[in-house]
Design a protein. Structure first.
Length: 313
């Protein structure tokens, strides 16, 4: 294990923070479709996440429940169990937000069906949905590979979580309930940002294998992450009542990313594409550890003032 990773894990363990599930509830009855005023692009880019996460986070939970018997570190096992509890509530919260989209007349079924197939079938217990690959000797490698995919995905949720902790525009300008949903969720992503990486490291046999495999998996996850976030936004924007907004749904992904860069710089409502690229490049460093990607105290400070998190207490 590299010195940087050892230091990160020592600092993290020294903090002695345990992960807990906050059983939040949100009322979106008064939330407008464009919950960021005069910014339908950012509203749809963020709202598309409601379509992706419910199935994805339940998949995280299923994979991690299968991985629990393989964990020989008691502290890590406790963190993984806390992670599972938090992710299950994240999934439920975003499922509720899908109903908010339906109330505004938007159909989510086609996109959600594709996401369900991705996580439930293609990345399910039958590798790549090919029956002949469901062999006993492939069960553990397929499980560890999926744990690695989660680690790569969680890198983005962690860095986006820290971006959200530094962000002020959502609370200053956006709908209070929707802003709180995303900031509560992303604060918990900062809170548990080390778990997926440490679990994948724990299950890999060698540090060289861990380094090489996590780079290969990130090469898959980054373009897929960009595609699904973009497609979620496009699928919603195509249904907007305003024909000018519907043009967003017809734009190619490179143009959407250019618009993401421009809008992020101008409004601060969304992270820029260059922010995502820079975060990906940091992952490449051999000494990378997600402990250094966020501020747990800042995340806990938001959770201490989040209306939904405090109501759950």
């Amino acid at each position: 294990m590299s010195t940087a990773k050892q230091k990160a894990q020592q600092l993290h363990r020294a903090a002695g923070h345990s992960l807990k599930a906050r059983r939040v509830r949100f009322d979106f009855s008064g939330t407008p479709l464009h919950w960021l005023p005069e910014d339908p692009f950012s509203s749809y880019m963020i709202n598309g996440i409601h379509l992706l996460l419910p199935a994805g986070e339940l998949w995280f939970c299923r994979v991690y429940n299968q991985a629990l018997p393989l964990i020989s570190d008691d502290a890590l096992r406790a963190e993984v169990e806390g992670f599972i509890r938090q992710e299950a509530i994240h999934s439920r919260a975003h499922s509720g937000a899908q109903e908010y989209l339906r109330r505004h007349g938007l159909s989510v079924e086609d996109y959600v069906a594709r996401v369900d197939w991705l996580f439930g079938t293609f990345l399910g217990d039958t590798p790549l949905a090919v029956p002949m690959f469901r062999q006993r000797h492939l069960e553990k490698p397929w499980l560890v590979l999926r744990v690695g995919l989660i680690a790569a995905i969680e890198h983005f949720t962690g860095v986006l979580g820290q971006w959200a902790m530094d962000n002020t525009s959502w609370e200053e300008q956006g709908d209070a309930a929707m802003a709180d949903l995303f900031k509560w969720h992303l604060a918990e992503e900062v809170e548990h940002r080390t778990v997926a990486f440490d679990l994948f490291d724990h299950l890999c046999r060698t540090q060289l294998g861990f380094y090489v495999s996590r780079q290969a998996l990130m090469a898959l996850v980054f373009p897929l992450f960009i595609y699904f976030i973009s497609e979620g936004a496009r699928s919603l924007a195509r249904q907007d009542p305003d024909p000018r907004v519907r043009r967003i749904g017809r734009q190619w992904i490179p143009r959407l990313l250019w618009r993401l860069q421009r809008t992020g710089r101008r409004t601060g409502n969304v992270p820029t594409f260059s922010f995502l690229v820079a975060a990906t490049l940091r992952w490449i460093h051999p000494g990378f550890h997600p402990f250094f990607e966020g501020n747990t105290e800042q995340a806990l400070a938001y959770l201490a003032r989040s209306p939904a998190a405090q109501a759950a207490v």
